[in-house]
Design a binder for this molecule. Structure first.
Ligand code: UFG
Length: 322
């Protein structure tokens, strides 16, 4: 069986589904602070557990024949991490240490870890490859980088097999509309734009229009959540032949204004916008070099058109289940 921590979260729930479709048995664990019970596929075993609770973790490994772990469980609000770093280091770093201890005690030696392009900070060059320097700008990014380093140390000392996947901007929803993004509060651009287009929010604030980019707004590499789920499935199969970190993005960037224009085209509606000051810590551009993921995992994103990604998100937004 595969243990998926954070299995009720956005990327976790899509990965649980992908693994089940591939014939794997899955235990999805989540503390449901931000996750949604309804997001967990009925074919998975669901366990309500928190990584802070060492006893629950021990019991989890004693109860189920777990061969490998896919570890998503983490807090992921960059702004909140600046205001409450302790919350982030305790959950994201100490929680990961507890998980690794329970794995070691149970003799489970394989993990795929959910890392982030937030570990890089301000880019020194683009696209960002795996050897790009890592100088994260906030506690969220530093908490993810700390776990990458811990995994490397555990590999050297204990032979732990790991692959850390650094996502750029996860976006979109399941093609069949059954799963999607549901953060409360929502801070991410695409759902906020779609909520404004659905008439749920008044207007979208464009954070900064004086960046050195094609139209003055920030450029990000939006990668479809089902493509990310597929990368985790592939990574689980490759932990015996590769150990280290891989960047996951499409390699193509879209600006905030381009996202808004694409969403207007998909929905046939006009998005109310207003300019707002730059958001602290936002680099002008982030795009991934995905060659190593292609080479190691044989991974190629199927969604390369931002309009198609937004179409799946719009389908979710207009029929959301949670
Ligand atoms: N943006 C706006 N208005 C908004 C929200 C966002 O203009 O209301 C802009 C941001 O300034 C940024 C772009 O839209 O330029 C995307 O912002 P998101 O908040 O959607 O995503 P981020 O780029 O901030 O994502 C980052 C990192 C990820 C990390 C994630 C954590 O790139 O690696 O935050 O949630 F995982």
């Amino acid at each position: 069986m595969i243990l998926v921590t954070g299995g009720a979260g956005y990327i976790g729930s899509h990965t649980v589904r992908r693994l089940l479709d591939d014939g794997r048995q899955v235990v999805a664990a989540d503390n449901l602070i931000y996750g949604h019970r309804q997001a967990v596929d009925a074919r998975a075993v669901f366990v309500h557990a928190d990584l802070a609770d060492k006893y629950s973790l021990q019991r989890l490994f004693a109860t189920y024949p777990i061969e490998a772990v896919v570890h998503f469980a983490a807090f992921a609000y960059v702004g909140e991490s600046m205001a409450e770093p302790e919350k982030y280091y305790l959950n994201n770093v100490a929680g990961s240490l507890n998980l690794l201890a329970a794995m070691r005690a149970a003799g489970v030696g394989k993990i795929v870890f959910s890392s982030s392009c937030a570990t890089f900070g301000e880019p020194a060059y683009l696209p960002i490859d795996e050897s790009h320097p890592q100088n994260p700008l906030n506690p969220y990014g530093r908490s993810k980088l700390a776990v990458e380093k811990i995994l490397a140390d555990y590999h050297r000392a204990y032979g732990l097999k790991y692959i850390a996947l650094r996502y750029f901007n996860a976006a979109g929803a399941a093609a069949d509309g059954s799963l999607g993004e549901s953060h409360r509060p929502e801070t991410h651009l695409i759902p906020l734009v779609l909520q404004a287009l659905a008439g749920r929010d008044k207007s979208v604030k464009i954070f900064g229009n004086d960046y050195d980019t094609q139209d003055g707004t920030c450029v990000r590499d939006y990668v479809h959540v089902e493509d990310l789920a597929e990368a985790h499935r592939l990574a689980l199969e490759k932990t015996d032949v590769f150990c280290g970190c891989l960047n996951l993005g499409t390699g193509v960037g879209a600006s905030v204004k381009e996202i808004i224009a694409a969403a207007e085209e998909v929905t046939g509606r006009l998005c109310p916008t207003e300019y707002a000051p730059r958001r602290p810590g936002d680099p002008a551009r982030l795009t991934a070099d995905n060659k190593k993921a292609a080479q190691v995992l044989g991974w190629r994103p199927r969604y390369t058109d931002i309009g198609e990604i937004i179409r799946t998100a719009w389908n979710w937004e207009t029929n959301r289940k949670y």
